[in-house]
Design a protein around this ligand. Structure first.
Ligand SMILES: [Zn+2]
Length: 218
């Protein structure tokens, strides 16, 4: 497997993270965000969650504070669309994306997996691709009961400490999710271990993404 180095073309790297629910971004790409902040001093991260009640909004704000600590700039937006009903709120959600499009263009957009079986996740993935036509987009994965994990084609090897930090933040912040049978450190470490095995990560762990298009420049 060949590795491509990710370095911003300008001094600043802007990253936009799109998540349907509190905890999606952290589960899907929390390790990548922690590593970007370590590796790139001028990384600016905008984080938008589309559905959260008051308790989950508090959790997402606390979580973003932990994951984005050290970023050159961190912006957090929380919307209140009804959980599970995104396909029926398409036009209002599209308007949010229209406003995102008018902001400073991101160098990297992190969004949900196109084939995710959760309807809210799929709506955001589709609108991400509709909105950002000339951008670098990576789709992250969320393990779930539906069993919709696929075969991602882009890997970020992670050191064990970063994986543990990700899991510790998730476990400590999201009290509302602790009774969910899948929300365990073992699930998150297990998925990262599998992805690490698939890319021969030195520490054995990785997060994986879908990168649908790559344009080569020589
Ligand atoms: Zn979700």
């Amino acid at each position: 497997m060949h590795s491509l180095s990710v370095r911003p073309t300008s001094a600043t790297m802007r990253v936009l993270c799109v998540g349907a629910h509190a905890d999606d971004i952290e589960i899907g790409c929390g390790g990548l965000l922690l590593r970007l902040i370590q590796a790139i001093p001028k990384v600016e991260i905008d984080w938008i969650v589309f559905s959260a009640d008051a308790r989950r909004e508090r959790e997402t704000r606390r979580s973003a504070g932990l994951f984005l600590k050290g970023a050159a700039r961190a912006g957090l937006k929380v919307k209140h669309f009804r959980d599970g009903f995104f396909p029926y709120h398409g036009s209002q959600i599209k308007q949010v994306f229209e406003r995102l499009k008018k902001a400073q263009p991101p160098d990297l957009v992190l969004t949900h997996y196109r084939e995710d079986r959760h309807q809210d996740h799929r709506v955001l993935s589709e609108l991400t691709w509709n909105t950002f036509r000339d951008h670098w987009i990576l789709e992250y994965e969320i393990p779930k009961f539906d069993g919709d994990l696929g075969a991602p084609n882009c890997f970020l090897p992670l050191d064990t400490d970063t994986c543990r930090r990700k899991v510790e933040y998730l476990s400590s912040v999201f009290g509302s999710q602790r009774d969910k049978h899948w929300f365990t450190g073992e699930t998150f470490m297990g998925l990262m271990r599998l992805r690490g095995m698939e890319c021969r990560a030195p520490d054995g762990y990785a997060e994986a993404f879908y990168s649908r298009k790559t344009v080569l420049q020589l």
